[in-house]
Design a protein around this ligand. Structure first.
Ligand code: XMP
Length: 384
C-alpha cells in the first residue's frame, strides 16, 4: 500500500518484476527461488474495474491469507493487550462523543474498568447542543466521566489565527495541555487513550518529497513532543468500517455508531479564516439545520459525512429594496468507504432547496448557500 510516507527505491536483488501496468499504478514482484511475493499499489487501484479482484487474488491466492479478521476476536485480543500494558495504572481517555473515541473508550473500559477516566473537553468548536448531548449519553457509563469546559481558552488562543495548520497545532497543543492538567488533578496517570485510526496514521506520515504531510491531524502529527503521557491507540490499525463492527460487538447503540465522523479540530477547520464567536454563531445553526433536514429525509444514513462550512467571503444579496453584503455557507456531503477517497453526494434537489431556504431565512448574516460538487481526490473532504 503506497501511502504518503512510502516509496520503493529499488527492487531487491533476488526479486524480479512479474507484473507491471503503465496506466494503473501497480506492480508485483516475486523472489527468484523462494515463495515470496510483493505488490505495490496506490489506494485508487481499488476503484479500477478489476482492482478489488486483483488485490484479493494477491492476498488470498498468492499470499495464502485467510481473511478471518472478525470483530469479536479483535475485541478479545485488544482487551487482553490493553489490560497487559496498563496493569494497575490509571488511564485517561479523550472522549469526543464520536464513534472512534467511543469505541476506543469502550475497549479500554472493558479492559481496566474504573482505572479509566474519560474526559470530554468542550473546545468551543463543537456543534450546536453537542456538549449537552454527549454529557447526557456518557453520564451513565461504567468508566469515570469528566466534563471540562475549556471553550474560553481555546477561543482566546485561536484569536487572530487564520492559517489552517496553525489552528490545528494550537488546538492540538491546547488539548494536550488540558489533559495534562486533568491528569495531574487525578494523579498517578501514565496513559492516554486516543481513537486514532489507520487513515489518520498514514496521512500524517511526513515525507521529504513533494507529497509531504497533507494535514497534521491533531491526534497524531500535532502532538507536542514533550507530552508526558504514553499513548494507547487501540484502533490504530483499523479502518472506519472495522471500528463500527467492533462497536457493535461492544454493544454501542446504533445512534452513536451511525454518527458521521467529526474532525478533532471541530468547527475550527470549517470556519475558513479567523475563528470568532460571531462566526461560530453563524456556522452552528446553519450546520444544525443541514443535519436536521438530512435526518428528517432519511438522507443522513446514506451519506458518509456532511457539514456546513463558513466561507471567508461576503457576497451581495437583496432583501426588500436593500442590498445586503453577507456571508456564504457551503454545504458539503460525501459518500465514502473510509474517508480516503470520496464522492460528492447527490442530495435530491427539493431537499437542497429546503435546506438553503431555511439557512438563509433562519440564520442571521447568511445570504447565500452553495453546494460543493468536488470529489476526493483531488479535493479533500474538509475545506481546510
Ligand atoms: P480530508 O479533509 O483529509 O478528511 O479529506 C478525511 C477525514 O478526516 C477528517 N479530518 C480530520 N480529523 N483531525 C481529525 O481528527 C483533523 O485535523 C482532520 N482533518 C480532516 C475529516 O473530517 C474526514 O472525515
Amino acid at each position: 500500500w503506497m501511502s504518503h510516507g512510502d516509496h520503493l527505491t529499488r527492487i531487491p536483488p533476488d526479486f524480479r518484476v512479474i507484473a507491471h501496468t503503465a496506466n494503473a499504478p501497480i506492480a508485483a514482484i516475486r523472489h527468484r527461488h523462494r515463495p515470496l511475493y510483493g505488490i505495490q499499489f496506490h489506494p485508487e487501484v481499488v476503484h479500477t474495474p478489476r482492482g478489488s479482484e486483483l488485490l484479493a487474488n494477491f492476498v488470498f491466492k498468492v499470499c495464502g491469507c485467510r481473511g478471518d479478521w472478525n470483530a469479536s476476536s479483535f475485541v478479545e485480543r485488544t482487551v487482553a493487550e490493553v489490560r497487559g500494558r496498563i496493569g494497575t495504572e490509571r488511564v485517561l481517555c479523550a472522549l469526543s462523543g464520536g464513534v472512534d473515541s467511543t469505541v476506543a473508550a469502550a475497549l479500554v473500559g472493558r479492559a481496566v474498568g474504573r482505572q479509566l477516566t474519560c474526559i470530554f473537553v468542550d473546545t468551543g468548536l463543537l456543534r450546536e447542543n453537542e456538549a449537552e448531548e454527549v454529557c447526557s449519553f456518557y453520564r451513565n457509563a461504567d468508566f469515570e466521566f469528566r466534563f471540562v469546559d475549556a471553550s474560553g481558552r481555546f477561543l482566546d488562543r485561536l484569536a487572530g489565527v487564520s492559517d489552517p495548520e496553525e489552528k490545528r497545532k494550537i488546538i492540538g497543543r491546547e488539548f494536550i495541555a488540558v489533559f495534562e492538567e486533568e491528569a495531574a488533578r487525578i494523579g498517578g496517570v501514565n496513559y492516554l487513550v486516543q481513537g486514532t485510526l489507520y487513515p489518520d496514521v498514514i496521512e500524517s506520515v511526513s515525507t521529504r518529497g513533494p507529497s509531504a504531510t497533507i494535514k497534521s491531524h491533531h491526534n497524531v502529527g500535532g502532538l507536542p513532543e514533550k507530552m508526558s503521557l504514553k499513548l494507547i491507540e487501540p484502533l490504530r490499525e483499523l479502518f472506519k468500517d472495522e471500528v463500527s463492527r467492533a462497536g457493535r460487538e461492544l454493544e454501542i447503540p446504533p445512534y452513536i455508531l451511525g454518527r458521521h465522523p467529526f474532525p478533532g479540530p471541530g468547527l475550527a477547520v470549517r470556519i475558513l479564516g479567523e475563528i470568532t464567536r460571531e462566526r461560530l454563531a453563524i456556522l452552528k445553526p446553519a450546520d444544525r439545520i443541514f443535519m436536521e433536514e438530512l435526518r428528517r429525509s432519511g438522507e443522513y444514513e446514506k451519506i458518509w459525512q456532511a457539514f456546513a462550512v463558513l466561507l471567508p467571503v461576503q457576497t451581495v444579496g437583496v432583501m426588500g429594496d436593500e442590498r445586503t453584503y453577507e456571508n456564504v455557507v457551503a454545504l458539503r456531503a460525501v459518500t465514502s468507504m473510509d474517508g480516503m477517497t470520496a464522492d460528492w453526494a447527490e442530495i435530491p434537489r427539493p431537499l437542497l432547496a429546503l435546506i438553503s431556504n431555511r439557512i438563509i431565512n433562519e440564520v442571521k448574516g447568511v445570504n447565500r448557500v452553495v453546494y460543493d460538487i468536488s470529489s476526493k481526490p483531488p479535493s479533500t473532504i474538509e475545506w481546510e
